[in-house]
Design a protein around this ligand. Structure first.
Ligand SMILES: [Zn+2]
Length: 496
């Protein structure tokens, strides 16, 4: 192991889970709050999420969906209507049972019980279904394509900041269609949207595929997922898209009169991606000096730190720093106009430098009096922060956008290489799987599955599940747990 000092301790190789917590803290992304299982998202973390939201929202609207907002509280009776849905979420539901507080013996206590308790939304299929039933009368009202940006609550026994929290933020799309073919096409289209969003914006390559039955969304006919591989070889389910068939349409009564005059139930879909993507970004692009934010979602793509020393030249240094920023802002990458920040705080320059390295600002410019005098720009690229680079002012300004795009491409290539190298095809028996998954940073196994429910959960004792039945990867290998002829190719792995 190298003895070079790193900004994050422990390093990834020493203790990966602690390293993750430390990067989230040191990069000022988020922290767990005093409210159990709930997090505070800090400005830098929120900035990243906001940029993710902005692009995903654009991609969603571009496909004809409208944004809406539904209540946070869902009457218990709505949830009860879809049996599988209830079963799937029952253990995670937060329930509001009272309103009004009263003082008794000097203490505030809930006073008035509800006749019908309210569930704090874990997801909105039921409540949106009830409203769709009112909005949809005829085939002319279809398709109905809605999306909501909201917070949801699922009671977590083992919370982990950004990856698994009791309250998290997401978008949830909900659509209703006249027939199955159109609804399935919608489900697959949004699955593709998540895949390309993860690759093109988050530099996070994924394995796309369908979930096996036990991993499906409760109440869905089919669930499609994108599974990203983190640096420790575990999977993060980074976005899911569900074909719900007529299950929720039946329970909520989404019926319409078709062209032929017949009354039919609509076919519905839902799909979501959440703030856990910010956690996945850390586990994908973090290093021993902190986070490296892909330029596409970096709140500041270029941070300029003027080296102010309380001397007369400070004014010139500051002017020069602002001039660089102004000129840079006239340029754009393929992700939009450059986002440039001049850090004028009174903090010591070296502290500022390290703070921005840990946060993962893609380009970091340090401006000193000599740079200002010589009209040069000294900077670091977060991909190799130890290397001090120098360019003449005009050249730096003219090439910064290209350098950011190249950084984005390098992050994707690095993650793609890691994914490709760690999908193993040579692990084909249960005995091999038992050895393989016990090692550190095991990765994914592409092997077979015979299709039986017993084998689907056959490696649970190892913590290993079928992450997906991949769309574009295949193998002739036998079923990993039982060794019989397989009916499906499957990605087996550990997951967050
Ligand atoms: Zn089997």
């Amino acid at each position: 192991m190298s003895t070079t000092r790193t900004a994050i301790s422990p390093r990834r190789a020493e203790n990966f889970p602690s390293w993750y917590q430390e990067v989230v803290r040191a990069a000022d992304l988020a922290s767990m709050s005093h409210v159990r299982g709930c997090m505070v998202i800090k400005p830098w973390g929120w900035g990243v999420w906001e940029l993710m939201q902005r692009e995903l929202d654009r991609m969603i609207k571009e496909r004809g969906h409208d944004n809406v907002y539904f209540p946070l509280f869902i009457p218990l009776s709505y949830i009860q209507k879809e049996a599988e849905h209830v079963e799937g979420f029952a253990k995670e539901m937060a329930v509001v049972t009272h309103h009004r507080l009263e003082k008794r013996d000097g203490k505030l206590v809930p006073a008035a019980p509800f006749e019908e308790p309210l569930v704090v939304r874990p997801t909105s299929e039921t409540i949106i279904g009830e409203t769709m039933a009112e909005w949809v009368q005829s085939y002319r009202d279809l398709p109905l394509k809605l999306n909501q940006w909201a917070n949801v609550v699922r009671w977590e026994m083992r919370p982990r900041v950004l990856l698994r929290t009791t309250e998290f933020l997401w978008q949830e799309g909900h659509t209703a269609h006249a027939d199955e073919a159109e609804a399935v096409a919608e489900t697959l289209e949004m699955h593709r949207v998540y895949e390309s969003f993860a690759r093109d914006w988050l530099a996070m390559p994924v394995v796309a595929g369908e979930k096996s039955p036990t991993e499906r969304f409760p109440g869905a006919e089919q669930t499609f997922t994108i599974e990203a591989m983190m640096q420790d070889g575990k999977a993060v389910q980074a976005g899911t898209s569900h074909y719900l068939g007529q299950n929720f349409a039946r329970s909520a009564g989404i019926e319409f009169t078709d062209v032929d005059g017949a009354r039919k139930h609509a076919c519905t879909t839902s799909w979501g991606a959440s703030t856990r993507l910010v956690g996945a970004l850390v586990l994908t692009h973090g290093d021993d000096d902190g986070l490296c934010v892909p330029p596409a979602v970096a709140p500041h793509q270029v941070v300029i730190v003027p080296m102010l020393r309380g001397e007369d030249v400070d004014a010139e240094v500051l002017d020069y720093a602002r001039e660089i920023a102004t000129d840079l802002r006239r340029h754009a990458t393929r992700f939009g106009p450059l986002r440039v920040h001049v850090d004028e705080r009174a903090t010591r320059p070296s502290d500022k430098k390290w703070q921005w390295i840990k946060r993962g600002a893609p380009l970091l410019v340090e401006v000193g009096a000599r740079d200002a005098a010589a009209s040069v720009v000294s900077y670091r690229n977060r991909f190799s922060p130890a290397e001090q680079l120098r360019k003449p002012f005009a050249e730096f300004v003219a090439t910064a956008a290209a350098e950011l795009e190249s950084l984005q491409d390098k992050l994707l290539a690095q993650a793609q290489r890691r994914l490709d190298e760690n999908i193993r095809r040579d692990i084909t028996t249960r005995a091999e799987a038992e050895v393989f998954f016990k090692q550190d940073r095991a990765g994914f196994v592409l092997a077979g599955w015979c299709g039986s429910p017993d084998c689907e959960t056959g490696l649970k004792a190892l913590g290993v599940t079928i992450r997906c039945l991949p769309t574009r990867l295949g193998t002739d290998a036998p079923c990993l747990p039982c060794g019989q002829t397989s009916r499906h190719s499957a990605i087996w792995g550990l997951s967050y």
